[in-house]
Design a protein around this ligand. Sequence first.
Ligand code: PMP
Length: 384
Amino acid sequence: MMIYLDNAATTSPKPERVVREVDRAMRQYSANPGRGGHKASLDTAKAVFDTRTLVKDFFNMESEEGVIFTPGCTASLNMVIKGVLKKGDHVVISCLEHNAVLRPLHKLKQYGFIDYTVADVVIGDDEATLQSFRSAINARTRMIICTHASNVFGIRLPVERLCALAHSYGILFCMDAAQSAGVLDIKMTDAGYDIVCCAGHKGLYGPMGIGLLLINCDVPMNTLIEGGTGSESFNPAMPGYLPDRFESGTLNIPGICGLGAGIRFVQTKHRERIAEHEMKLIRYAYHRLKNDDRIILYTPEPELEFSAPVLSLNIRNHDSEEVSKYLSERFGIATRAGLHCAPLAHNFMGTSESGTVRVAPSVFSTQKEIQILCNALKNFSHSS
Ligand code: PMP
């Protein structure tokens, strides 16, 4: 039996109800929504709309129109970065960003189109983090983009205050919620986030290949992809209204329905309880490992207020790949070694050379599994 602790890459297993819903969607909703007036097409369109409503309510949004289904968080972030920014714009990001933020920005910068500044995060000092973002803002800054929580170290950013900071300068706030959606609270309207990008396949327990772009403002945003929407078909330009503007082509119906089932699963289990359960496991691991001087823990003391349930560690003088391989081959424990597509975060932590071993539980993880992990890590150091 595998002990799966690589849930920050994608949650596994998926809940049974998600698997069943994908199967059901493929059988019952095999007609194209919005492309016909016949009953089968209308039924599929209704299933899509119902999921939009569910997403809207889950993230406390004002309307369904701002719920855009995308192929994933990477696609959503690219749509925002390339759709919103104009020549000469400047962006502020955090030092914990994933390549899904960094690479699109880097490309635009390489073309001389935009510029960006990386603001440092000061662990445990939100005031200092805010100050670091504040001093990175200049007269050309159009947007702050930052992750809700680091997918490597679990460190949380003071996103509500960063959003307020952005607004006080009249700039947009876009949050990468790939690591947090389904675990941390995201209330778009209350917090005032302009744009939130989510992965469907992590804490929302949906299938891979589905993501969300949540728009809660009326920013002019260009399209990356143009095509049929089933609406305004005589118009050679994309419709101006949401969600059609950003949803051309046939939608991923099994993915959308599966994501809906994932969100309902999270609601049934209660997001807060999932977060507390995962955090308890991370706290347990942290306290079992913290006094072993051969083990280096990079994640600060796990507190839900300051971190998401992810633990990054190394065994002194050993490469993270070696440790992860040992855990997998000797104990059947799945962790993720290396840089986790977040080179900035590793630069920040000084772990670019070794990478780290990342432990990320899900709602299905148990204390017994974390015990086995801790024993395996301690034995590695004894046996080496
Ligand atoms: N941002 C962060 C912080 C992530 O952890 C991930 C996925 N690991 C992404 C963006 C990309 O998400 P997706 O896999 O849905 O494209």
